[in-house]
Design a binder for this molecule. Structure first.
Ligand SMILES: *[C@@H]1O[C@H](CO)[C@@H](O)[C@H](O)[C@H]1NC(C)=O
Ligand SMILES: *[C@@H]1O[C@H](CO)[C@@H](O)[C@H](O)[C@H]1NC(C)=O
Ligand SMILES: *[C@@H]1O[C@H](CO)[C@@H](O)[C@H](O)[C@H]1NC(C)=O
Ligand SMILES: *[C@@H]1O[C@H](CO)[C@@H](O)[C@H](O)[C@H]1NC(C)=O
Ligand SMILES: *[C@@H]1O[C@H](CO)[C@@H](O)[C@H](O)[C@H]1NC(C)=O
Length: 346
């Protein structure tokens, strides 16, 4: 009788237990590579890593599994470690979601095996000290379903690899707050309304001209050393809800730009933008958070429409803007005019 029970146990239970342990060795290797951090203290031999409710610690690193017991998602966060990137992560080949968040002691390069995690759907590695090159997805094996890449707030350097353009579903790319240099490659994102954030790097040159035909949802390239024309990002038919070009050297005429009714905010402050503020500024239905300060704009502000939403700081420090909420234009009359509220920025 007891033999029979034992056989039933062998036949049904052991195989299912084994099949949910496929990634255990890898997880324990990752833990060791990270130096056994306290935040992963429940990662021990034989632990039930597929049971999400058993694996939630106060610091919220966590694991979920596929139906066959492979790691499907992995979140590592707020770990107190001083270690290089644990390349054991590259062996979690069924993983579709990886998030590494706030591990400031994680340093060194992101290993290239990382780009072969072909099941990845979302990837987020932020607030670390990882340095070196941005991962290059130009290899033959790559995550063709990848929709979101967030590598902001690390210390990555070098140029932006054009190979992001070879990921057909990539819809969101955030490389902000790194140390990237060089120009912005064309065709980085090929979905219909992508979002691109490259803010606070050290990028130079002009925006690729082909971005005129990209219908961005959000584009943020603020805080770089970009130059030239960027007026083509705007337009009556554009989907963009937010456009950030602040703190660059963009230089273009704003007079004929049309602001769409989808636009909720834009920040063009601290550039060399000239010309007048166009009429559509006052009529763009959803516009609540514009900023045109610290440029070289001149002329009378449009009146009516939205203008009651905006305070003077939106227009401050331009060449010679006037009209509500700035000083009346009559104050700008010839040489004897009193000093304007908004002084030229140069
Ligand atoms: C998962 O873990 C919780 C908490 O430890 C436990 O109550 C539950 O029975 C476990 N579920 C399975 C399927 O093992
Ligand atoms: C990509 O997504 C499709 C559709 O959801 C799915 O059938 C396919 O298995 C996925 N491919 C990979 C490599 O994950
Ligand atoms: C990307 O990561 C940063 C830092 O963790 C975060 O602030 C931002 O919201 C993330 N973007 C998305 C779309 O998740
Ligand atoms: C950007 O480049 C300049 C000139 O090479 C350098 O002085 C500056 O420190 C860089 N800034 C960042 C944030 O890397
Ligand atoms: C506009 O930008 C300037 C410069 O960065 C800032 O001082 C000001 O507060 C901003 N105004 C608004 C309304 O965002």
């Amino acid at each position: 009788m007891s033999i029979k029970i034992f056989l039933v146990f062998l036949l049904c239970c052991i195989p299912s237990v084994l099949s949910t342990r496929d990634d255990e060795i890898t997880l324990l290797k990752i833990k060791k590579q990270l130096g056994d951090p306290y935040g992963l203290r429940w990662w021990v031999k034989g632990f039930d890593y597929c049971n999400a409710s058993a694996n939630v610690a106060p610091d919220y690193s966590g694991i979920t599994c596929t139906s066959t017991g492979r790691v499907e998602s992995l979140i590592l966060q707020n770990l107190d470690v001083t270690k290089p990137f644990p390349d054991g992560i590259c062996s979690l080949t069924e993983m579709d979601y990886l998030e590494i968040y706030k591990i400031p002691g994680l340093y060194g390069p992101i290993p290239s095996c990382f780009t072969k995690l072909y099941n990845l759907f979302r990837l987020s590695v932020t607030y670390t000290s990882l340095s070196g090159a941005v991962p290059d997805f130009s290899g033959r094996i790559k995550p063709l379903n990848l929709t979101t890449i967030n590598l902001s707030r690390n210390q990555l350097s070098g140029t932006i690899p054009p190979s992001f353009g070879s990921l057909p579903k990539l819809n969101y790319l955030d490389l902000s707050l790194n140390r990237l240099t060089g120009t912005i490659p064309p065709a980085l994102l090929s979905t219909s309304t992508p979002s691109l954030a490259l803010a606070n790097n050290n990028l130079t040159g002009e925006l690729p001209k082909c971005y005129e035909s990209v219908n961005f949802w959000v584009i943020d390239v603020g805080g770089n050393r970009l130059s030239g024309d960027a007026s083509f990002l705007f337009g009556k038919q554009k989907a963009a809800v937010n456009i950030v070009l602040a703190n660059n050297d963009f230089e273009f005429d704003l007079s004929n730009v049309e602001f769409s009714d989808n636009l909720y905010g834009f920040d063009l402050s601290h550039n060399k933008i000239y010309g007048k503020i166009p009429k559509s500024f006052a009529s763009a239905a959803d516009l609540w958070f514009p900023n045109l300060s610290f440029n070289r704009l001149c002329g009378e502000l449009p009146q009516g429409g939205n203008m009651g939403r905006f305070d003077a700081s939106v227009f401050a420090n331009n060449a010679c803007l006037c009209g509500y909420p700035l000083q009346p234009c009559s104050n700008w009359a010839p040489a004897s005019a009193p000093a304007p509220v908004s002084r030229p920025a140069f």
